[in-house]
Design a protein around this ligand. Structure first.
Ligand SMILES: Cc1ncc(COP(=O)(O)O)c(C=O)c1O
Length: 387
């Protein structure tokens, strides 16, 4: 069993999470979505071998890269992908921004289910398109898509829905029936589906991830499916992600815009890490998921018993807790500061995920359990002082 309890010093490594200006010595960073765990041994070994070679000129991706990706998707997810469907992109958000551009014109509309990962807004807005929010239903922290609202938001200008599965920040792993309803609406209204499945490897044991494009051929023909080993295997800075596109016309357009945007070049480590992850680290991933679920259970249990003014629902996937802080008695704009200045915990402010996130924070628990225990104790002490 891998030792996920080991604390690794990340300060001083130009690490966004730990070396951000506001993360002073006293602060425990539980914000941006990466993990405080070292990567799986096979990934480390592949990287060490690549480094030992000593030459880092221009690279391409070999057949093995594509084989490993297809094989992983089949083995781990029972999901069929063909080599031609795979387009490498350095990262998912860039890929989403490029997909948006090939299926729409300036001013066209994209629907997102909010609250949702902030860069979805930016990918739509920065390319001159319009965000249309469909607010999800929230019952004591359990979120569901409001299908009536979603459908009512579709206009002639709507080109696609951008789906987050598993959903960041609310932690839902969409059920097959839910995805079928999304897909049915998209087919009926001729919408494309941009599905961000970056968290698909991080799922709790009672849940199973489904790729929306696996629902039917008709659905697959309108899908862009984004995956990456970067979240679950902690490789965000290496820049390796894939977009699967079954539809040949869309695929050609996507590959063309990637080339024109100079977004096709990988680096000397992209293939090394993907092979280390997909070929050899499945057991490590199972252990990681078990550890993360232990963290989620620990934190959710503690919060529910000791911090009655916070509402939390155990996420079905991801390592992110979505904390409803509206009962703390603080104004919305003070909540994030309270966590940082008083409790010494850096979390993401809920408004990063849209207006719907007002009064919420997102807490990342991908760290040794002892750090969570300490942090939650601090949180309790400070909340008690609020009276
Ligand atoms: C849903 C989602 N998509 C994309 C990303 C970022 O991916 P990338 O760094 O590959 O752009 C994140 C990171 O937290 C995420 O949560």
């Amino acid at each position: 069993m891998h030792n996920f309890d080991r604390k690794i010093e990340r300060r001083g490594s130009n690490c966004v999470k730990w070396d951000a200006e506001f993360v002073t010595d006293k602060v425990m960073p539980m914000w941006i979505a990466d993990m405080d765990f070292e990567v799986a041994p096979a990934i480390q070994r592949n990287l060490q071998e690549r480094v030992a070679h000593g030459v880092f000129g221009y690279q391409f991706l070999s057949d093995r890269y594509y084989e490993a990706t297809m094989d992983w998707m089949r083995r781990r997810h029972d999901f069929h992908v063909e080599k031609e469907w795979i387009a490498y992109v350095p990262n998912v958000v860039l890929g989403i921004a490029l997909a948006i551009q090939i299926i729409s014109e300036l001013g066209d509309e994209f629907i997102i289910h909010t609250p949702v990962y902030g860069p979805f807004y930016r990918a739509i807005q920065d390319t001159g398109r319009t965000v249309v929010e469909s607010r999800m239903k929230n019952e004591n922290g359990y979120y569901t898509i409001d299908f009536e609202d979603f459908e009512s938001k579709i206009t002639e200008k709507t080109k696609a829905v951008i789906l987050c599965n598993p959903h960041n920040p609310v932690g839902r792993v969409w059920k097959k029936e839910e995805l079928e309803r999304v897909a049915e609406i998209c087919v009926r209204h001729h919408l494309y589906i941009i599905s961000d499945d970056i968290h698909s490897e991080l799922v709790t044991k009672e849940h199973k991830h489904t790729f929306i494009s696996s629902i039917s051929e008709e659905v697959a023909e309108r899908c862009f499916t984004f995956t990456s080993p970067s979240k679950a295997f902690n490789l965000a800075s290496i820049h390796v992600a894939n977009c699967f596109i079954q539809n040949q016309e869309l695929r050609e357009k996507f590959k063309e815009i990637c080339e024109k945007s100079h977004a096709t070049e990988n680096n000397a480590f992209s293939e090394a890490v993907l092979l280390g992850a997909y070929e050899e680290s499945e057991e490590w991933l199972d252990e990681l998921n078990a550890y993360i679920e232990g963290n989620l259970d620990y934190a959710v249990d503690y919060i529910q018993k000791e911090l009655p003014n916070l509402t939390v629902y155990k996420p079905e996937g991801t390592y992110l807790l979505w904390l409803d802080c509206r009962k703390l008695g603080l104004s919305d704009d003070k909540i994030h500061d309270f966590f940082l200045a008083e409790c010494h915990i850096a979390v993401n402010d809920g408004t990063f995920f849209g207006e719907e996130g007002k009064g919420f924070v997102r807490m990342n628990v991908a760290c040794p359990r002892a750090s969570i225990a300490e942090t939650l104790k601090q949180l309790k002490e400070e909340i008690e002082k609020l009276g």
